[in-house]
Design a protein around this ligand. Structure first.
Ligand SMILES: Cc1cc2nc3c(=O)[nH]c(=O)nc-3n(C[C@H](O)[C@H](O)[C@H](O)COP(=O)(O)OP(=O)(O)OC[C@H]3O[C@@H](n4cnc5c(N)ncnc54)[C@H](O)[C@@H]3O)c2cc1C
Length: 611
């Protein structure tokens, strides 16, 4: 299946919009320059378009299989995973000390989008291996780091995260897997985990599981959880592989999408032989695990974006070829028009593009904030980190929810063909759905936002964000092109502010907040999207004007402007960025005020309903 990427907009985000110089001028990233980073993106795109995309459809059709106690992956996955490993893409943003490239996260966002967009099922393997290795790098002993990190970052061994159990999904505090300390300092692990992505496969000779378990006598609930490294195959002191470590795959799920990704039930210690090693401190496991979960939440947001973008690009290509009906400018005697001429199809395509661009702006900006937190110190570092923490649940939930909707709109563009397996739209839709469920459902993300992220640092990050958005909007209200959009943003910020100040003052504030956490996250996602797109539109407008001046185009002459836009891909790109921001401001931002009206009315019918 051909992967139609949005390379041009990814480069706009990284190289034309974000202040990359602020990152590259720091000691930490001094060895990189813009040209090198552009070349890195070229290389990542090559592998994504090549072997990674080539096995995406086959991965969906064949799927992972469980036969005779073994998990096999679709043909093509092994070679594509090798390409990702040898290219260094598993650890592109990780420390060079253990084999990583040490790239900024803002660049890593683009790389992740390419890989996830080309093949989500395989991309998950990259995400999990990197995250599990990073846990060992941060919380492991020197021995554990030396044994595992480089082998995982270079793709020789893979990783997984083992949290969920049959009775412990959203509520991890209910997990029962046990870890008992042995005389040699290792732990004996016994228990069953379910839904473990890449819990077993033959991509690599060893799989290193990051496992949450409970030590004897540990308090009940989340405070009694510890974190362990449990290899599938034991590792000898010289680094060679030893005997199997009593971790068995009991089966895999048959599911809606990401068929190439094995979702495994794992049984630890059937024969009392599953050896684990503590990471960090006992009973601090959940706190430590949040490092991997937060990174994964942001990357699941990137998944939502990637599926949406690939689906949109495919729908756009189809709309440019499919003849049906007559568009408004077609003559009575002319033949059928391309469906891209129909206003309703154009509306859908631009709305898709606007949401995709808003999602990309959000995850790219979050990556850039991570870089800024990385290169700054003290109060400044806290400010950037505050934004990263605020954006994490929004990136995860907003991009997966709207990403899924975009895949649905994209499928609709195809008419009946979209519903068939002859075109890729239905696979993107199915592959995308899981993003709103795993890594903490979107309901749980919304509770994290309203319960923790709004309150952290005495509410400074959310206040600072709203002020940034309000100031950006005010500075553009008189702009002849973007003024009306800026006014929509002014109204959206006011509506958001009204909810944040008025809701806590209500008598039943606690209940209203729990009832409305998901709409509140949706509101803030739209405000951030509108704010970032307006910034991008200002940059794009400036670039479009430069192009017109260079080519002597008079913007007041409609025929000359049309010819210019038809003859220059760059001019069309900037034109579409401005139009997408305007469309988002008029079609997306009013949802913020609509949510505010609904939830400030204080209606509590779901609690009165009899289910
Ligand atoms: C394909 C796939 C891959 C996965 N990969 C992994 C993996 O690699 N590792 C891993 O550990 N897990 C993995 N999971 C598990 C996944 O993270 C869980 O399914 C998810 O966290 C939800 O848990 P649950 O399924 O038990 O749903 P439940 O927790 O039972 O939730 C059911 C519903 O109730 C809501 N709900 C639950 N509690 C609350 C609450 N307190 N307030 C409001 N609403 C609530 C939820 O939002 C949800 O809508 C995977 C799952 C799937 C399907």
């Amino acid at each position: 299946m051909k992967y139609l990427d949005d390379d041009r907009d990814i480069r706009f985000n990284l190289l034309e919009w974000l202040d990359l110089d602020a990152v590259l001028s720091s000691e930490h990233y001094r060895e990189f320059d813009r040209d090198q980073l552009a070349m890195v993106l070229d290389e990542a795109l090559k592998v994504a378009r090549g072997s990674v995309a080539a096995c995406n459809q086959e991965g969906d059709r064949t799927g992972a299989r469980f036969e005779n106690g073994r998990v096999t992956l679709p043909e093509g996955f092994v070679a594509a995973y090798r390409d990702l490993a040898t290219g260094g893409w598993i650890s592109s943003t990780m420390a060079p000390e253990f084999g990583g490239m040490g790239l900024p996260e803002s660049v890593g966002t683009g790389i992740s989008e390419f890989i996830m967009g080309a093949n989500t099922a395989l991309g998950l393997q990259v995400l999990l291996t990197r995250g599990a290795a990073h846990l060992i790098e941060t919380f492991g002993s020197e021995d554990l780091k030396a044994t595992y990190c480089e082998r995982m970052y270079t793709g020789e061994w893979a990783g997984s995260m083992c949290l969920t159990e049959a009775g412990a999904g959203s509520d991890l505090g209910a997990l029962t897997t046990k870890a008992v300390r042995q005389g040699d300092g290792s732990y004996l692990i016994t228990g069953e985990k379910i839904f473990i992505t890449s819990g077993d496969h033959e991509l690599t000779p060893n799989i290193i599981h990051a496992v949450l378990a409970r030590t004897p006598g540990a308090p009940a609930g989340p405070k009694g959880i510890s974190l362990f490294v449990v290899p599938k195959v034991r590792v000898n002191p010289d680094g060679s592989l030893g005997e199997a470590n009593d971790v068995a795959c009991a089966g895999i799920e048959h599911k809606l999408g990401i068929h190439g990704s094995p979702t495994c039930s794992l049984v630890f210690g059937t024969n009392n032989g599953s050896q684990g090693f503590l990471l960090g401190q006992e009973e601090q496991g959940l706190v430590h695990m949040f490092q991997m979960m937060n990174a994964a939440r942001w990357e699941v947001g990137v998944q939502g974006l990637s599926n949406a973008s690939a689906a949109h690009q495919a729908a756009l290509a189809y709309a440019r070829e499919r003849l049906q009906g007559r568009g408004p400018s077609a003559g009575k005697t002319s033949g059928q028009s391309l469906i891209i001429e129909h206003p309703d199809v154009r509306r859908s395509l631009l709305l898709q593009s606007a949401y995709v661009q808003a999602m990309r702006a959000l995850v790219s900006y979050t990556g850039w904030c991570m870089d800024m937190a990385h290169v700054s110190q003290g109060e400044e570092r806290d400010q950037w980190q505050g934004l990263v923490e605020l954006f994490t649940p929004i990136s995860k939930a907003w991009c997966s929810d709207w990403g899924f909707r975009v895949t649905e709109w994209a499928l609709q563009v195809y008419g009946g063909y979209g519903y068939t397996m002859d075109y890729p739209a239905e696979q993107y839709l199915r592959d995308c759905k899981i993003a709103s469920i795993y890594e903490g459902t979107n309901g749980i993300q919304a509770l994290d936002l309203v319960g923790r992220k709004f309150r952290m640092q005495e509410g400074r990050p959310v206040k600072a964000l709203l002020k940034l958005a309000a100031d950006a909007a005010q500075s553009l209200v008189s702009d002849p092109v973007l003024g009306a959009s800026a006014r929509q943003l002014v109204d959206a910020v006011k509506a958001m502010d009204a909810v944040l100040t008025q809701l806590p003052a209500r008598e039943n504030a606690g209940l209203l907040t729990l009832l409305n956490a998901v709409p509140i996250l949706d509101m803030l996602g739209h405000v951030v999207g509108g704010y970032l797109l307006l910034q991008q539109a200002e940059v794009a407008k400036g670039k479009a004007q430069i192009l017109m001046a260079e080519r002597g185009v008079n913007p007041a002459d409609p025929a000359a402007l049309r010819a210019h836009l038809a003859g220059s891909k760059e001019a069309a790109f900037y034109q579409n960025k401005v139009q997408a921001a305007i469309h988002f401001a008029h079609r997306g931002l009013p949802l913020v005020a609509a949510h505010a009206v609904a939830l400030l009315a204080g209606e509590t019918a779901p609690m009165e309903a009899v289910f």
